[in-house]
Write a protein that binds this ligand. Structure first.
Ligand SMILES: NCc1[nH]cc(CCC(=O)O)c1CC(=O)O
Length: 325
């Protein structure tokens, strides 16, 4: 089985984990990891939205290879898969057991969470590129300056430690950063767990839809691969992913929408909390609902409709990038 992936440290760690689980289930299986240099990785400065969004930039070439039969499967971080586009001919064959879905704080030497809390962030620069994280960071530390900071997880930490500035897409530079907010799962996968100063609870920062879940995509008609992927599929992850992603779908959320969504399975129920973040008015539209775990999409839809009824559509429309295509 040939599995395509980007070649960042994080992506390779995720793909190796898929390979490990596949060969544990079937020791006779030969797994080959095929590394792709994608347009998204070559441009470290441009705003992701200009590259057709994170999904567009990173995954289009790998998907084409699966459709053309040059690969059997593609590795994705579910968080990076847009909720508002169809992927004809492709399906998610497996969702691995979820890693921590939460976001974490990484600080430079000499800065502590207590400093940030005591000052409300005054005088500190906190780096992130996600509108969702920026909105929550502003709520947690209202006095801080939020700066645009991107790049692979290991690169971001190196810039933080070296006090490097970050070049901006529109020219100029910002920084250096005093702290970063990044996915806990990503930090762990690149071997930087020891740099986590604090894990934000979902009440502090509600995770992104699909955060912490690795997905394996394959051709919808490739039954042989589907059967293999079924062996490593975690039904709890799949249920949470279905509930969370239905919210994105109904809200027509693009990849950097100001949307958060997090589901947990509790016995026979799934509990879903979702939020749309209105930066203009510093206002969070939030909905929490419980439903049967056998019907996660219905729950996601109900939550999304309630968000819409509370004004979510206007907020999302305002943040939609104006496409050049
Ligand atoms: N945007 C990149 C990305 N895609 C997935 C993760 C790691 C967490 C996950 O698997 O959800 C990250 C890093 C980050 O957001 O800090």
């Amino acid at each position: 089985m040939r599995i395509g992936t980007r070649k960042s440290v994080m992506a390779l760690a995720q793909t190796s984990e898929i390979a490990r689980q596949l060969t544990a289930a079937d020791p006779a299986l030969d797994v080959e990891i095929v590394k792709f240099e994608t347009t998204g990785d070559q441009d470290q400065t441009g705003k992701l939205l200009d590259l057709g969004g994170k999904g567009g930039a990173f995954v289009a070439q790998i998907r084409d290879a699966v459709r053309e039969g040059r690969l059997e499967a593609a590795m994705h971080s579910l968080k990076d898969m847009p909720g508002n586009e169809d992927t004809p001919g492709l399906v998610i064959g497996a969702t691995l057991t979820r890693d921590p879905p939460t976001d974490a704080l990484v600080v430079r030497h000499g800065v502590t969470l207590a400093d940030l809390r005591r000052t409300g962030g005054k005088g500190f620069k906190i780096g992130t590129n996600a509108v969702r994280r920026a909105a929550y960071v502003r709520r947690l530390f209202p006095e801080c300056e939020i700066i645009h900071f991107r790049g692979a997880a290991d690169t971001r930490i190196r810039k933080l430690d070296n006090g490097e500035k970050q070049r901006l897409p529109e020219g100029g530079e910002v920084g250096p950063a005093d702290a970063l907010v990044m996915a806990q799962a990503g930090l762990e996968r690149v071997g930087c767990a020891d740099r986590i100063a604090h894990c934000f609870s979902p009440d502090e920062i509600l995770p992104a839809v699909g955060q912490g879940i690795v997905a394996v995509e394959c051709a919808a008609s490739d039954w042989c691969t589907l059967a293999r992927l079924a062996q490593i599929d975690d039904p709890v992850s799949r249920c949470c992913a279905a509930a969370e992603r239905e919210v994105l779908w109904v809200l027509n959320g693009h990849c950097n929408s100001p949307i958060a969504g997090y589901a947990i399975v509790e016995g026979d129920d799934v509990l879903l909390k979702a939020a749309v973040l209105d930066e203009a008015n510093d206002h969070f539209i939030e909905v929490t609902r419980r439903g049967p775990a056998s019907r996660p999409r219905e729950l996601g839809r109900a939550v999304a409709f309630e968000l819409l009824a509370k004004g979510a559509a206007d907020v999302i429309a305002r943040t939609r990038p104006v496409s050049a295509h």
